[in-house]
Ligand binder design. Structure first.
Ligand SMILES: *[C@@H]1O[C@H](CO)[C@@H](O)[C@H](O)[C@H]1NC(C)=O
Ligand SMILES: *[C@@H]1O[C@H](CO)[C@@H](O)[C@H](O)[C@H]1NC(C)=O
Ligand SMILES: *[C@@H]1O[C@H](CO)[C@@H](O)[C@H](O)[C@H]1NC(C)=O
Ligand SMILES: *[C@@H]1O[C@H](CO)[C@@H](O)[C@H](O)[C@H]1NC(C)=O
Ligand SMILES: *[C@@H]1O[C@H](CO)[C@@H](O)[C@H](O)[C@H]1NC(C)=O
Length: 341
């Protein structure tokens, strides 16, 4: 009798426990795109063989925006999507060493500017201005509401959380490599993908990044992937990577790219441009910003209905040299579009 009671009790505990777990699990019933919710999955909302999803690709740069950086990346200004509109890309400049007149140039050119959270040391002046997002908006003289994305240097910071981002008007974070998973929200903790987050953030989007896998091994950066390859080989390898996704589920792709690749590998730019031409020929591949990917997943359309975003922007930059001191006392200069704070 005692045994049966015990069994019943433990069963009910197990049952109750698993019910609770089930209730907390993301599914199509409790998480709908109309409610700004999406579970982590490989399912593309557009599933029509005759008119499939566009293959979206976002190039993401996470390095200080300097004049050298602008020289190297300005080739992007001339690239067009199949609909004739300039490509998108996202720049997440860490605070330290960034020239904010360059940030404004990139912004006016139509590119997305995002926040690189905890990517560099921040001086007191940043906190005084209300955080990194406000500081970018201040120094680059661009509207705060146009900064709504973030990337994090999560790999080296085990204590990282998404706390405070939503209240600062950040809609998404794009940091974790999860190939072939479409963007999802943190309304529920995902059980099918590995991310070190143990707190839910309703309606906060995660846009997975993609990892390169070249010649059978995973590499963290393009610089590491391609050493000694010809530009044709680089292009072929990049096409192959994209086609793995394009021929499977067309999950949007976020490619982290850095100017050191273009500086150090003499075939990198040529290889990239050949790759770009090959993608353009396919007519269903569009280079967009990470923010555009979020807009697409919220309102998914097939390739025949897809249009690249046009951002018509204006702004002034008075190009003033300011200085600040870091917590360790070292002095830094920065080029600002507005008066020094
Ligand atoms: C993480 O948090 C723990 C406890 O608060 C602290 O001891 C540790 O230094 C932190 N690590 C980093 C990298 O910030
Ligand atoms: C990240 O930076 C913010 C300020 O920008 C700070 O409040 C927060 O503690 C930092 N988080 C970690 C994990 O370092
Ligand atoms: C998960 O939560 C526990 C306790 O709240 C905390 O100690 C731990 O650091 C968290 N882990 C991550 C990866 O956030
Ligand atoms: C861009 O904005 C300016 C000023 O707001 C306006 O005069 C111009 O017509 C716009 N151009 C396009 C292509 O929308
Ligand atoms: C730093 O800037 C202030 C004005 O904002 C100026 O008075 C000062 O001379 C500058 N310091 C250095 C070392 O350039």
């Amino acid at each position: 009798m005692k045994k049966i009671l015990l069994l019943a009790l433990s069963l009910s505990i197990l049952w109750g426990h698993s019910l609770c777990k089930l209730a907390d699990r993301c599914n199509d019933e409790n998480c709908k795109i109309e409610d700004d919710c999406r579970c982590a999955s490989t399912i593309n909302p557009i599933n029509d063989l005759d008119d499939p999803a566009p293959q979206l690709i976002a190039l993401a740069f996470r390095e200080a925006a300097t004049s050298v950086f602008l020289d190297i990346t300005s080739f992007l200004f001339d690239l067009r999507n199949p609909d004739g509109i300039q490509i998108g890309a996202t720049f997440y400049p860490p605070f330290e060493y960034t020239d904010f007149s360059v940030v404004q140039t990139l912004y006016l050119q139509g590119f997305e500017i995002g926040v690189c959270s905890n990517c560099s040391r921040v001086p007191n002046v940043v906190n005084k201005l209300g955080g990194v997002k406000s500081a970018i908006s201040y120094f680059a003289n661009l509207p705060k509401e146009d900064i709504y994305g973030s990337t994090s240097s999560v790999f080296w910071n085990p204590n990282f959380t998404y706390d405070g981002l939503q209240s600062d008007g950040i809609l998404y974070d794009s940091s974790w490599p999860l190939n072939e998973i479409l963007p999802f929200t943190l309304d529920y903790l995902p059980t099918n993908v590995q991310i070190p987050v143990n707190k839910t953030y309703p309606h906060f989007w995660l846009v997975p990044t993609n990892q390169w896998s070249v010649k059978g091994y995973t590499c963290l950066s393009l610089l590491e992937c391609f050493t000694g390859d010809s530009s044709e080989d680089i292009a072929a390898s990049l096409v192959e990577q994209i086609d793995l996704v394009r021929n499977y589920n067309r999950a949007p792709i976020v490619l982290e790219i850095s100017t050191s690749w273009f500086r150090i590998n003499e075939n990198a730019l040529d290889g990239f441009l050949i790759f770009f031409e090959k993608m353009l020929e396919k007519k269903d591949v569009f280079f967009v910003s990470v923010g555009d990917i979020v807009q697409w997943i919220k309102n998914p359309v097939s390739v025949s209905k897809f249009k690249s975003s046009v951002y018509n922007r204006t702004g002034d930059c008075s190009n003033i040299m300011c200085n600040y001191t870091l917590p360790d006392g070292s002095l830094r200069y920065l080029r600002s579009c507005t008066d020094c704070p």
